[in-house]
Design a protein around this ligand. Structure first.
Ligand code: FAD
Length: 404
């Protein structure tokens, strides 16, 4: 038996439940038949790096194409797959979400789905009709405002934005920056200090501020990032912005905990499949390319220097996939996965960027070609080491667990 020939890089490293396999296969077909044929046009646009799926799609494609993707998403149930059943969704677990996301991120073209920040499910009373339902339907969009000029990695300790009590509500003052999609969002979920003594231990509250609120000013940051000219991070000023009591999300003083919950699932655990899809694609492309590209009379694939790069990519993908699926399965069992989320967040960013670096190197000059998705994927995965909590912050959290 030839052990090398028997080795199948597509072999599943984790036995998925049959229903998740079905959803994965359906998503894979959508990616192959609907998204991949659009990729060249998408990459040729200046929308191809960072942003909100719907906005990016509308920026590049005809209404007919966008409507078709939306109706595929709604007809197959993918649109609502992350939405709990009590809000009309299919309430798929984390593992299913991760497997679908991994498939979708094989292609650079985004797929439209309900984009609901999970903390919005804390909505109560009329918040459900005013905010949650329209966001689920895609009629309204939301952004999350935590970071400030001097409060990035340490928002609890350094946050300056304050909310003070006034009749019937709160007055918010302060400035947030690096807020993705703030200009196009209908609602801003903003954290403000409500008790300067307690700060992150019960002194930070989450408010919903609506577009057009008096005293709310949103402006371009003036900072261009390599995520592309359409990358949309804004400075958001709150100048005595009145927020009624009915717009407090969760309990007063509970906003930091809510924010951490959002970050744990949305910005940490669910970033891993975004990396996995892109890493798998870059490996598949590199395998293909190395077999075709001939130098000094032999294909690149016959050179050990290239083979070892392919193997390193493969190992990173398999290891990240195993960590991610295990974390998701534990999350689905109701376990606390904060530690695992930090682990997959930092490995996705670190291993993701180095996997793309190998792919770009194997492709030579073509690795830098904007017609291929590799540089876009590289930038997005390198960004993963910063956005949503840096690699160092994840390591700090994991170390705390190890040493406690
Ligand atoms: C494209 C983009 C989109 C973003 N979108 C949003 C958004 O929508 N909403 C939002 O609220 N924020 C957003 N951010 C902000 C992002 O979350 C912060 O930039 C990130 O948390 C890092 O904060 P910082 O830039 O202030 O870095 P700093 O806190 O200044 O840290 C700088 C470096 O020092 C390291 N460091 C800091 N403290 C320590 C320590 N104690 N030990 C070791 N190393 C340390 C950090 O890891 C980092 O490498 C976005 C940022 C970008 C670039």
């Amino acid at each position: 038996m030839n052990a090398v020939a028997e080795f199948d890089t597509d072999a599943p490293s984790f036995q998925l439940p049959p229903m998740v396999q079905e959803i994965r296969d359906m998503t894979r077909r959508i990616v192959r038949d609907e998204l991949m044929p659009l990729e060249q046009q998408y990459l040729a646009s200046d929308w191809a790096t960072y942003g909100a799926a719907m906005e990016n799609l509308k920026g590049v494609f005809d209404k007919k194409i966008v409507d078709r993707l939306v109706s595929i998403s709604k007809d197959t149930g993918l649109w609502n797959m992350t939405v709990p059943e009590e809000h009309g969704g299919t309430g798929m677990g984390l593992l299913a979400q991760i497997v679908v996301s991994e498939e979708l991120h094989y292609c650079a073209v985004p797929f439209p789905m309900a984009s609901v920040p999970n903390i919005l499910y804390e909505s109560t009373g009329d918040q459900i009709e005013r905010f949650l339902r329209p966001v689920i339907a895609g009629d309204k969009t939301a952004c999350f405002a935590q970071t400030e000029a001097n409060a990035g990695s340490d928002p609890g300790g350094m946050m300056q934005t304050r909310a003070t009590r006034t009749e019937g509500g709160w007055l918010i003052n302060g400035t947030k920056m690096w807020i993705s999609n703030a200009m196009s969002s209908d609602i801003i979920q903003v954290q403000a200090v409500t008790d300067a003594e307690k700060r992150q231990r019960g002194g930070i509250t989450m408010f919903i501020v609506e577009k057009g609120a008096q005293g709310l000013h949103i402006e371009e940051s003036g900072i261009r990032t390599w995520l592309g000219s359409r990358s949309a991070q804004y400075v958001v000023h709150f100048d005595n912005v009145f927020v009624p009591d009915g717009n407090v999300l969760g309990a007063v003083g509970n906003g930091f905990r809510l924010g951490q919950r959002w970050l744990t699932i949305h910005d940490r655990l669910l970033r891993a499949p975004q990396a996995l899809g892109r890493m798998q694609r870059s490996l598949d492309m590199s395998v293909e390319w190395s077999k075709q590209r001939v130098t000094f009379g032999k294909p690149l694939s016959e050179r050990q220097a290239i083979q070892w790069r392919l193997v390193d990519m493969h190992v990173d993908i398999e290891a990240l996939r195993a960590l991610t699926y295990a974390a998701a399965a534990r999350g689905d069992r109701g376990e606390d996965v904060r530690n695992e989320a930090s682990l997959v967040k930092f490995t996705a960013g670190e291993w993701g960027a180095r996997t793309l670096d190998h792919a770009i190197q194997i492709h030579g000059a073509m690795g830098e070609a904007l017609e291929l998705p590799l540089t876009v994927f590289y930038r997005l995965l390198r960004h993963m080491q910063i956005g949503g909590g840096t690699t160092e912050m994840q390591k700090m959290l994991i170390a705390r667990q190890l040493l406690k």
